[in-house]
Write a protein that binds this ligand. Structure first.
Ligand code: 5GP
Ligand code: ZN
Length: 132
């Protein structure tokens, strides 16, 4: 059982702002900021990295379209666009979704902060991560 599949099938109501044959976008119940929206593929994938390429490109296209639309309609000054993969990254619903989180000020209820971290050997890391 997946709560987003239930929303997509209409078993659970949602405040839907956009829908087509592949995607549904509805207001996040938490509204971390006003207009916080989830863009969700109708086909179940556990997370973004599991999505097939066709779904990925359509979801991202809709996320961009709605991101611009929400900015315009809310008057927000910016937006965080993010997706969490696995619990360690904060994923709580195991059905792929993109968060569109309009930003009104740096004091909004969301904080994305890159903190000082352990130094890495970039040459070694680059050799390891080089995609062939
Ligand atoms: P995650 O933590 O997986 O990145 O995000 C899941 C999001 O789904 C959360 O922001 C949470 O508020 C939202 N959410 C969970 N259950 C429901 C629901 O029943 N309806 C709506 N609209 N949003 C939900
Ligand atoms: Zn699902």
């Amino acid at each position: 059982m997946c709560i987003f599949c239930d929303i997509i099938e209409g078993k659970i109501p949602s405040a839907t702002i956009y829908e087509d044959d592949k995607v549904k976008a509805f207001l996040d119940i938490s509204q971390v900021t006003k207009g916080h929206t989830l863009v969700v593929p109708k086909k179940h994938f556990d997370n973004f990295l599991e999505c097939d390429d066709e779904t990925t490109s359509h979801v991202m296209k809709v996320a961009k379209m709605l991101g611009n639309h929400i900015l315009k309609e809310t008057g927000a000054k910016g937006m965080n666009i993010l997706t969490n993969v696995h619990e360690v990254a904060g994923q709580s619903v195991m059905h792929c979704h993109i968060h569109l989180i309009p930003r009104y000020s740096e004091q909004d209820a969301l904080k994305v902060e890159f903190q000082e971290s352990e130094k890495q050997d970039l040459d070694a890391l680059c050799a390891q991560l080089q995609y062939k």
